[in-house]
Design a binder for this molecule. Sequence first.
Ligand code: G6P
Length: 611
Amino acid sequence: MCGIVGYIGNKQAFPIIIKGLKRLEYRGYDSAGIALVDGDTKLFKKQGKVSELENYAHNYNTEGTIGMGHTRWATHGEPNDINAHPHSSQNGRFVLIHNGIIENYAKLRERLEDVGYVFKSETDTEVLVNLIEYIYEKGDMTAEMAVRIALSRVVGAYGLVIACTSEPNQLIAARKSSPIVIGVGVDEYYIASDATPIIEYTQSVIYLNNDDVAILTKNSITLKNVKNEPLTPKVQKLDLEIGAIEKNGFDHFMLKEINEQPRAINDTFRGRISANLDDIRLGGLLKDMPRILEARRIIIIGCGTSWHAGLVGEYLIESLARVPVEVEYGSEFRYRNPIINKDDVVIAISQSGETADTLAAINLAKEAGALVLGVCNVVGSSIPRETHAGVYTHAGPEIGVASTKAFTAQVTVLTMFALMLGYRKGALSEEKYRALIRELVAIPDKIEEVLISNEAIKDIAAKYKDAENALYLGRGYLFPVALEGALKLKEISYIHAEGYPAAEMKHGPIALIDENMPVFVMAIRDSSYEKIVSNIQEVKSRKGKVIAIVTKGETSIHQMADFVIEVPQVIEELAPLITVVPLQLLSYHIAVMRGCDVDQPRNLAKSVTVE
Ligand code: G6P
């Protein structure tokens, strides 16, 4: 959601922070702000994107070697200059940027108002900065003590950076449920909400854990927890290249990431499939294999696109491993008093590894005694650290808000998991196991073939760019793909779209079909082929427009559909990996033609760190 950048060292802080905020803009982008805190505090805040803040600040002196910056995704209070971070305290002693939500902010605000505090903004962050100042001014204490005492009184989540004007040359960072990474340079430290703004300066990082507080000067770091117990900072090496977070000649990150899928899938299965393609070994799960093999039920948890990948996982695991699976939204699971047994295995799927609802669901499952596994993309993020074991998707950094390569990488992991489980449990024959492994290894090349159709897909996009509604239909393994196709379209082009199991169309959506309604149908040669052909006819007889994703060489659907997009022949269990790609491209081109901001669609955030 919101993004945090901080710097303390000998370099000019402003350009480092601006650049870092631009790298983080994919997280949230309704307003931004910077504070330079050596000497008199200089505060710049602007509604809109980071470039607007940059243009505005250019009229002023931006010198300084200690500072902090923030991109905001509004939770409390609309996006405007006043609600933007950083927030300074009433008497100007503290300046704060904050990700997360202070849940008891209303009560705290009332108490502070009772003692004379007047609030300028509607944010929970201004409450926190004033609480810290109030505690600081009341007692004989250091800034760091005041921060710790205040944090022990708040309920909620925070990742924050704070400076105290009475104690210059120092920044304090703290974390609870909202990530903070510290980059370690030579006589300098960088602070950020994820590693992307840091990697061009240093590969050495310290991830803060929940309740950690770090006190930074340009040449020292002191780490402790909110209870004042000293901790030893653990410096880790980042395994990330700067090229991975740049567009590399593509117009948008989303297009780059769609095109990266053959590589992302390859990297995800590489090293996990034996050289002679006859076995799968998921190293991260080895020590827990006995418990995984004994699982009586698997519960998959995710949000958004990750939930769709989970649904593919359900179909795969039930069919190939014959273990019952439930797929849950993190937000529902955490609050609906679910039944969780000790012999359940829970798989949490998340690109960012930071989604608040998924994290809360994980904690619930852990408390109930289940084994909790993670399938995450961001190395070192919260979910891999909170789960008992897991498998990373090696998709590389995903910057476009609409998830693409993370989805196919997640489905790749779930496919390997289902195959491995099915084979080890004896539910899957050796022959089928090997055939599916060989097919998985062939998927990257098959996606390359789909990507070659980009121009033809663009032509189809041009025909439907002005649609107001769209329907996506699929059956079996391709029903989750229909959901994902619809989500991609609405996220980035703002066209209302719905995904449906094709047969369910008759129970509602069919009423919407007329000559203006594009219906995207997954109609490859699989076990549902005949049924889906009937569904296409039902749409056509109501004058709907059919755009069908078909198997190469298909002829009969060509005659029925308005347009077809061919994909290579694929074993049906692996069809989601191929069929989703033309849908991603269609959404991308439609959004570009509609003039939408593809990489930063309105109101959305890449990493949803609030519930
Ligand atoms: C947000 C993103 C989606 C993503 C979802 C879950 O809504 O915009 O692209 O699918 O969060 O995020 P996660 O990081 O947990 O996969």
